[in-house]
Structure formats: structure tokens, C-alpha cells
Ligand binder design. Sequence first.
Ligand SMILES: [Zn+2]
Length: 329
Amino acid sequence: MNHDAELEQAEVPIVTAQAEERDDESREPESADKKQPSAETPQASTGKERRRRLFKKKDMPGGLWLKCESCADTIFRKELEGKRMVCPSCGFHFTMPGAARIDFILDEGTFDERFAELTAMDRLDFTDKVTYAEKIARAVERLGQNEALLSGFGKILGRRVVLAVLDFKFMGGSMGEVVGEKISLAAELAMTNKLPLVLFTSSGGARMHEGMLSLMQMAKTCAALSRLNERGGFSICVMTNPTTGGVTASFASVCDITLAEPGALIGFAGPRVIATTLKQELPPGFQRAEFLLDRGQVDAIVHRDDMHETIASLIDFGRKAWSDESVDA
Ligand SMILES: [Zn+2]
């Protein structure tokens, strides 16, 4: 465990920083609309600006088209959205933002959000380029939600559930105190209401801005799920692309059933860190859902088209744990 803890501490800043960079870049096309054409000279451009320009090119024009990160095909965004964000060429499952995931998985109009008011505290006065408080404020403004985890009641094909969804767009879906607290509260909600708990994860790991406090959420969320389990509860986690770091190493891996979307990157430390540490070349498909299914880390890989039916049948299977009050369909 000590080794894991060291890896975690070493890896968290790297993973989360990457996640945030992607997060920042994803904002680029929106802000680009408002900007005047750039007057900067090529000589003045930094590496970061160059990266941004490349990203814009991929996403041109105006975000109408985007490139599949698996097969590199150019896809019309509307078409992709019509196919539940699954690549029409290769079947790659794009990361779904939190609100879109909730719309997708729950029966229409059944989401009853809970604990939305919880907000992060900058206890460590953490600052890199901007303060942590400022980063949070920006994410809140951009996404219209207070944190990376959305939770509440809802129905999946008529079955009542407690749902919790990590949103990668909010600081890379990273887990700080609020995410940990909301997972624990969701487990308690499932317990007191005798409902199945369904989790969807997409995360860069623990939130480095909260230091040790974010790592403590690993123990806290596992304890909450363990309590749910002891009381006879039923939990399902669906790991989606990407689920990494402290989230994989805690609550995402300890539910009764662990599902994954096809091709999802699931791991703890990043492949480069592992390859460097082990001084070995990693096998093909390393840390992808299919690789992990073969090795028993996940129970099944479920295509987005089959997600509702699969979860509903698992709930029917698992509801013997609770009384039949939980089902009214
Ligand atoms: Zn593709």
C-alpha cells in the first residue's frame, strides 16, 4: 500500500494537470468566437499558443466538426450527438459531459438533484498560475454547476435509483472534498431510501489543489460504499473514458458490479510513468477496458446503446437486496 500511496502522490499532479489542460482547451472554440482575428506574429507565438492553434484547426469550423481521437476520422458534431457521442466510423465512445450523461441515462424529467449546493473550499490557499478559488469560480460559471459530481434521484427504464455522475469538464472530474462528500451522501441516500446506487465516472484522479484532503476522500468513499454493502445495498459503477488516478483506486473499483464503456482508458498511474518505473514496454491495449475485462478488473463492457437495458436488468437482479418498494414500473 505504501508503494501505491507514493505512486498516487507522484501521479496525481501529472494526471490532474493534463486533465485540466484538456479542460482549458475545450473552452477554446467558444472563446475563439468572441476574439478578433489574432494579430500576433509567428515569432511571438509560444509552445502553448502553437498547441492551441493546432487544437483549433482540429475543431474547425466553430466546433461543427471534430476529430475522433481513436480513428482520426472527421465527424459532424450533430451526427455524433445523434449517435449518443459514439464515433460512427469506429465506435469510439466520446466522453459525455455530466449533464448530457444524466439526460442520456435517466428517463425524461425524472432527475431530482441533491446536494447541488456543496462547494469547494480553498483550505490550502493553493495557487499555481491562478488561485484554486479562481479556477473553481471559472468552472462554476462555465458549467453552471458547483462541483464535478452531480447526484440525485432518478429513474432508469422505470427503476428508481440514486445516481452520481462525475463530469470530466469540471476540473477533469477530479475528486476533492466535495466529490468525496457527495459520493458518501449518495451512498447514504441509497441506504436510507433502499435504492440501487448507480455511478458513472470520468476522472483525472484526486484533485491536487486540495493536497492530502483529496487523498483522504479515497478512504472516505470506500468506507461509505462498504457501509452500503454491509446494509445489503446494491451498487453499480460504470467507468467511462477516462477513469484514472485516485478515483479508479477508490470508489469506482469497489461497487458490486463494475462496468466499462468500450475503449475506455482505465488506470491508476499513467502509462508513461509505469513504463518508466518498470523499465518495460507495455503490452498493446494496456489500460483499456478490453484489456481489463480479460484480467477481471471489470465485469463487463457495455456499449452505450445497451446501457439502459443492462443497468435495468442488473437492478432487477440486485433488488432482492432491498424490498420491492424501490420499483414502481
Ligand atoms: Zn472513430
